[in-house]
Design a protein around this ligand. Structure first.
Ligand SMILES: Nc1ncnc2c1ncn2[C@@H]1O[C@H](COP(=O)(O)OP(=O)(O)OP(=O)(O)O)[C@@H](O)[C@H]1O
Ligand SMILES: [Mg+2]
Length: 220
């Protein structure tokens, strides 16, 4: 479903970004991107989200190709992708319900449809008792669960998570990774960039792509 063919993206500097990446990611894969700071994990996720583009090579996601896509089709691509960030990126002045619903409001879904979908996701992620809390009233783990609910609300085919447990304690980190694993068991591809090898060990059968200096050093 996602295919990197000899992709380099170096931001104009030979020691930045990623180099010569070839990688196939299937519909129901769980894939970890691991490697030290600056090894290219976030760049790979940004290439999938088409937030940056290769200098050479092609990234393909379903029928979207990095060398052919038009600016106006990028939102269509992104509808297929749920993105989760380390720093959550929730709207501070909105409650949990509104944060999860936001993309449905923007796409003009009907009020009844929004209510049903949002409550379903909020309950699925055990946030029912927090529905009218603002982000500042939530713990880090709860904020990340809200970010996951928001990423899932449009039923994307792939979830990208960039260090989703970076600032969380071990127990919350395990809850987050277990939640991502459940999503994967529901036939969604999940790609997680992380430093944390304990988390990697928690997911049976995950593929582990190791990066160093922008290049893949191993795939296991
Ligand atoms: N927009 C940019 N312009 C120039 N260099 C960049 C840009 N984005 C990333 N880089 C460089 O590319 C390299 C890879 O960065 P990237 O953010 O992908 O690493 P990472 O593995 O996600 O690191 P971290 O673990 O710190 O998040 C780094 O050396 C970084 O400085
Ligand atoms: Mg990063």
């Amino acid at each position: 479903m996602i295919n990197f063919h000899k992709v380099s993206c170096t931001f104009g500097s030979p020691d930045a970004g990623v180099k010569n990446i070839s990688l196939n990611i299937g519909d129901d894969d769980f894939l970890f991107l691991v490697g030290p700071n600056g090894s290219g994990k976030s760049t790979l996720l940004r290439l999938i989200y088409m937030d940056c583009f290769p200098d050479s090579g092609i990234v393909k996601i379903k029928n979207f190709r990095s060398n052919k896509i038009r600016q106006k089709d990028i939102p269509k691509l992104r509808r297929n992708i749920g993105m989760i960030f380390q720093d959550f990126r929730l709207l501070p002045d909105r409650d949990v319900y509104q944060n999860v619903a936001i993309s449905l409001y923007i796409s003009h879904y009907k009020a009844g449809q929004i209510k049903k979908a949002v409550h379903e996701k909020i309950n699925q992620l055990n946030l029912g008792h927090r529905v009218h809390y603002k982000p500042e009233q939530l713990s880090g783990g709860e904020k990340q669960m809200v970010a996951i609910a928001r990423a899932l609300i449009k039923d994307p085919i792939v979830i990208l998570a960039d260090e989703p447990t970076g600032d969380l304690d071990p127990r919350s980190s395990i809850e987050i990774i277990d939640e991502l694993y459940k999503i994967n068991q529901n036939n969604r591809a999940v790609i997680v960039a992380t430093h944390d090898y304990d988390l990697v060990k928690r997911v049976p059968d995950a593929q582990i792509v190791s990066l160093k200096d922008g290049e893949i050093t191993s795939i296991i």
